[in-house]
Design a binder for this molecule. Sequence first.
Ligand SMILES: [Zn+2]
Length: 458
Amino acid sequence: MSTVVLDGCAVVTMDGERSEYATGHVVVTDNVITAVGPGSPPPASLAGAADGTAVTRIDAGGCLATPGLINTHHHLYQWGTRGLAADATLFEWLTQLYPVWARMDADIVGALATGALAVLAKSGCSTTMDHHYVFPRSGGDVLGATIAAARQVGLRFHPTRGSMDLGASAGGLPPDEVVEDRDAILLASEAAIEEFHDASRQSMLRIGLAPCSPFSVTRELLSEAADLARRAQVRLHTHLAETAEENYYCAEHFGCTPVDYLDSLGWLGDDVWLAHGVYLDDAAISRLAATGTGVAHCPSSNGRLGAGICRTHDLVAAGVPVGLGVDGAASNEESSLIGEVRQATLIARSAGGPRAMSVRQALALATIGGARLLGRDQEIGSLETGKLADIALWRLDTLAQAGIADPVAALVLGSRPPLELLLVNGATIVAQDGLVTAEEQQVAADSQAAAAALTEGR
Ligand SMILES: [Zn+2]
């Protein structure tokens, strides 16, 4: 057994009472939080030597402990296609990038995923999903490559087996060469669940199913993927209501809104979360709330693509589960999850006034809110005794934040503070703002080489 004691830090727990301590402690034994509270840690937690427990006491004065942040929408492979189609709409951007992504293989995806995961970790993220939906025919095991990358970097991982089966010749947006056969998708999805999914409480890896969007998958695939997910008891995810163009597409092809379309296919429920949810009317928000369907809000991506502004205030007020996502790096360009907390706050206030989103609400979306979207809110997302030890320790006493009285305001509204420590499942992933599970310059060099291989001949 080993024990880590964070002593003397401010603590924001995100528990049910939203308990906060101006000076407090967090104690971790192996991979579980064993004490959280104000003041000094329990003396017993510092005296483990008699039973063979190794105790590491960290003087955390000047720092803020929060739950590790939880990213609920991403495409890791896009780390290699940043900066392209810089001024395009979503449909223009996709049309330019599909042929580039078609050149991916497992080696390229592994290097790019490692880069994206390293940057996420350094932004305080302890758990991330990935939505991988491009499977080139000669690309090898690209899903396996993302899983290997997550194991190396050390983040808790919820990859989704994505898919596209509606090519341009059948009325979809993607070119035919990047879509797959529906039966092959379902077989591969079942195989991924069988090989990788770990439903246990302490799981570091859970699979979900994620047909890409209404304009790139068939009605049949959506329906059959939902059946498979429910048989296998895994979660469902897709992009929805991201742009006005998508609403027009759904009206033209299905005669209804995106939410009504999903509803008709059995795709709403508390085992489903949707990326974006920008174009939702009051009826759609009510329907999401009534069914417990979640929304992954991706403010930087929505801004980068000029998609629009998600009605986060109305979603939260209606009781819709909401989390935050960086979205793929090709439409985010930075992939900082703590940066998304700031973006979510500012954009909600820009649209809805100064009370539309408090700094604590925004941090809640990125922690306990994200945990709920992934079905993990009993295990992660808050600092509570018995929960898994996913903890971000932010240093707030450097030039950037020193002198700001409210640590949450400093973290959310200020520039990104140094990340003193990131624990995932009790293991140290980031220390003193440096990644400890991989060599950063090597990850950068590998990412650069993979990006060049992907974009050459473009
Ligand atoms: Zn996306």
